[in-house]
Design a protein around this ligand. Structure first.
Ligand code: AMP
Length: 300
């Protein structure tokens, strides 16, 4: 397995792969890898075949975190991640630096303009999806998806994958990436892989590391809420979304440290909210468990 941290080296590799006709599968991650990420690696391997190149990017992308979010304390353990990638049969790990990914990003721009000053330098080019990113995570985390689409577009340019694998765990993100690929004509096939869960149903997430045992137990309430919604739909066939939202809020907030951020019922293709929930409706929710914000989703 080769570790590539320089952008120029990544571009050169991608150029050579293209020339040789090697199929490339990319799995973008923020590291702190778990079995969910490794399942995406297996999907990538199946898609590119034995002779293809599986690339995992490990990059905690600063532009997708809000000012009050957990960018600086996001768990990082590159040594462990590299071992997991090696064991999973990854060919290349791409670990770029902030300095290279976002030249000039974060430099002060508020200095008074002087006639002899050089032009103010600041990272200033973003990719913005304007429809699917309006509600749910987009409403709760302004600029989050702008950061996601920007970094994914950059990774696609740098790695030149034939296909890229994303997790259903971040359902809205996968929908937005698919839309970006369609709208901007990226020649990349997007594969969406199912959510990998702990045995008690909690969706695997790097952020589960923040939970102590008391909070970890309460975190199962997201999966519980999904099960309750499923049973309701099975029993009633059609159920008003507003009433189901109220029931989910009540259920979640039975846990002493859990607070519902949002729950939404929507069409899986368009992400359009529905007034009536039935079989096939997609459900997504975000819950603070203590200070940790967890998300989950499923088709009912
Ligand atoms: P992250 O490192 O959290 O940015 O996630 C990188 C990729 O892994 C994204 O496409 C996620 O949707 C996916 N992913 C995260 N958790 C899971 C999971 N439990 N099961 C499947 N995919 C996941």
């Amino acid at each position: 397995m080769r570790i590539v941290s320089k952008i120029a080296a990544m571009q050169e590799l991608a150029r050579r792969w293209k020339q040789a006709g090697t199929r490339i599968g990319l799995v973008p991650t923020m590291g702190c890898l778990h079995a969910g990420h490794l399942s995406l690696v297996q999907h990538a391997r199946r898609a590119v075949g034995k002779r293809g190149a599986v690339v995992v990017s490990i990059y905690v992308n600063p532009t997708q975190f809000g000012a009050n979010e957990d960018f600086s304390k996001y768990p990082r353990d590159l040594k462990r991640d590299l071992k997991l990638c090696r064991d999973a049969g990854v060919d290349f790990v791409f670990t770029p630096s902030d300095k290279e990914m976002y030249p000039r990003w974060g430099e002060a721009t508020d200095e008074p303009a002087r006639e002899d000053a050089r032009p103010t330098k600041k990272y200033s080019t973003y990719v913005v999806e304007e429809e699917l990113s309006q509600n749910m995570e987009g409403a709760a985390r302004p600029a989050h998806f702008r950061g996601v689409t920007t970094v994914v577009a950059k990774l696609f340019h740098l790695v030149q994958p034939d296909m890229a694998v994303f997790g259903q765990k971040d359902f809205q993100q996968a929908a937005i990436v698919k839309r970006m690929v369609a709208d901007l004509n990226f020649p990349v096939k997007i594969i969406v892989a199912p959510t990998v869960r702990e045995t008690d149903g909690l969706a695997m997430s790097s952020r589960n590391k923040y939970l102590d045992s008391h909070l970890r137990r309460q975190a199962t309430v997201l999966w519980c809420a999904i099960q309750v919604a499923r049973v309701t739909v099975k029993k009633t066939n059609v159920f008003p979304a507003a009433r189901l939202k109220a029931a989910v809020k009540k259920l979640v907030e039975c846990e002493p440290d859990a607070k519902l951020d949002y729950v939404e019922f929507f069409e899986p293709e368009t992400l359009a909210p529905v007034a009536k929930v039935k079989a096939g409706t997609q459900m997504a929710l975000a819950v603070f468990v203590g200070k940790t914000r967890l998300i989950d989703n499923a088709q009912l």
